[in-house]
Design a protein around this ligand. Structure first.
Ligand SMILES: Nc1nc2c(c(=O)[nH]1)N[C@H]1C(S)=C(S)[C@@H](COP(=O)(O)OP(=O)(O)OC[C@H]3O[C@@H](n4cnc5c(N)ncnc54)[C@H](O)[C@@H]3O)O[C@H]1N2
Ligand code: MOO
Length: 425
């Protein structure tokens, strides 16, 4: 592995000194060591929402499969509407969606009553919307001459047979499933789900519902990370629960994880104290790290590397640091394992409605609330809390996260910022 650091005490001490590597470099290193799952499975289209397509799909049939009406109205033959209008036509038949009116045998100057989606009767080449003509008994009066082909959807105009529809790494979003269904496919080949192991480290942790002793706190990270993972339709969770701050207990779990998971995510135990055993437990299994310290806040001590063949993401224990490092650094690598083509966070542009002083050279990710919109519709942001990475309250009030770039020291009102929404459906 390129630039991986074997886990000796000296190496770790050296690599965790200084301000850390830039966020984009950390993401690139994490993505570079992530290996996409190889196994393919064929699943029902109905169960494929959000899954990752395994290979190219070409069109088997053209779409639409036949010429059909785009409107409720009357099918006509434009050649019969020459000269000056209005034109009068008799209504000689009816074609509803799902039916086929042959069109043969209809007399000149005849229209066919037609509905959206119905096949065009053969020989008919335009549809007059019912709003654009007047029905008088079994006749219609057409005031405006339609173009040839008007309100007709032609066979193959959307998709031609053998057109490439989508490729490996495309996520099966609802609209893409619609296209595959339009092809009549009832199953699809996808990459198997990524198995993400999750460990909450910390002897002080109790799960909600348990009694709380002195010096103990409830485990917030477990449910938070699980919730973020449960929004990933291409992943499944292997939850190891809480493991105390003991090297042997962590080492045992780290030894077991590669048998069940493609990636192991831990929270806590990655900073400098002697109760932080994650890195040394990783060393027991020949683990190596490519990211040991990042110039970011929160999340500076985040660790990314490998345990044997699987990715390791050691997130810091403070909940906001766990949330930010999961989304910004671990997730792009995990999305790479899933085989997705697009791996980065979805940033949009927003406007600072606050002032804030920060340190040069460090990227900060702060919880923000949308307080309004400017005239272009861009969100106006208010920063929440004072930047403590342990604050559960500030993040819970946030609509999203704003990224404060490393080269900026003073955030002034009106500054354009990158904003990532935290809301889901
Ligand atoms: N001497 C130094 N101390 C610390 C440094 C440092 O560079 N030098 N970095 C600080 C930063 S920044 C962070 S972030 C934290 C990260 O610490 P760890 O990853 O080792 O995490 P812990 O020490 O285990 O926990 C930190 C904090 O978070 C609470 N925690 C842990 N797990 C959970 C959980 N599942 N749910 C809720 N809260 C959790 C834990 O009780 C601690 O309060 O280190 C700083 N220290
Ligand atoms: O990574 Mo720490 O999050 O700044 O508290």
């Amino acid at each position: 592995m390129e630039n991986a650091v074997p886990l000796t005490n000296e190496n770790c001490a050296a690599a965790t000194e200084g301000r850390g590597i830039p966020v984009d470099i950390a993401v690139a290193k994490a993505v570079a060591i992530a290996r996409t799952v190889a196994e393919i499975e064929r699943i029902p289209l109905m169960d494929a929402a959000g899954r990752v397509l395994a290979g190219e799909i070409n069109a088997a049939i053209e779409l639409p499969p036949f010429d059909n009406s785009a409107m409720d109205g009357y099918a006509i033959r434009t050649a019969h509407l020459s000269g000056a209008g209005p034109w009068e036509l008799s209504v000689g038949g009816r074609a509803a969606a799902g039916e086929v009116h042959a069109g043969r045998g209809s007399r000149p100057k005849e229209a066919i009553r037609i509905f959206t989606g119905a096949a065009m009767p053969s020989g008919f080449d335009a549809v007059v919307m019912q709003e654009h003509c007047e029905r008088v008994g079994d006749r219609i009066l057409v005031a405006r001459l339609p173009r040839r082909g008007e309100n007709v959807r032609h066979a193959g105009e959307d998709v031609r047979a053998w057109n490439l529809l989508m490729g490996a790494g495309d996520q099966l979003l609802p609209q893409r499933l619609a296209l595959l269904a339009g092809q009549g496919l009832d199953t699809v080949e996808v990459l198997r789900k990524v198995r993400i192991g999750l460990i909450s480290t910390g002897s002080e942790l109790r799960d909600p519902g348990e009694p709380l002793g002195r010096g103990q706190i409830y485990n917030s990270n477990r449910v938070m990370i699980r919730a973020m993972m449960s929004g990933l339709p291409w992943a499944e969770i292997v939850d190891y629960g809480i493991i105390p701050d003991r090297r042997d207990a962590l080492a045992e779990a780290f030894g077991e994880a590669p048998r069940r998971c493609d990636v192991l995510v831990t929270t806590g135990g990655v900073s400098a104290g002697e109760e932080d055993h994650v890195v040394s437990a990783l060393g027991c299994h020949g683990g190596s790290l490519v990211v040991l310290k990042v110039a970011m806040r929160p999340g500076k001590p985040v660790k990314i590397g490998m345990i044997g063949p699987i990715l390791f993401a050691g997130l810091p224990g403070n909940p906001n640091a766990a949330l930010v490092t999961f989304r910004q650094i671990a997730l792009p690598a995990i999305r790479t394992i899933a085989g997705l083509r697009r791996v980065g966070p979805d940033w949009s542009t927003a406007i600072a409605g606050f002032t804030y002083e920060k340190r040069l050279g460090r990227t900060e990710f702060v919880p923000v609330r949308i307080t309004g919109r400017d005239e272009s519709g861009r969100p106006l942001l208010e920063m929440l809390g004072r930047g403590s990475s342990a604050s559960l309250m500030a993040m819970s009030l946030a609509d999203g996260i704003a990224m404060l770039p490393p080269d900026v020291v003073s955030i002034e009102r009106g500054l354009l910022l990158s904003f990532e929404s935290l809301s889901s459906n």
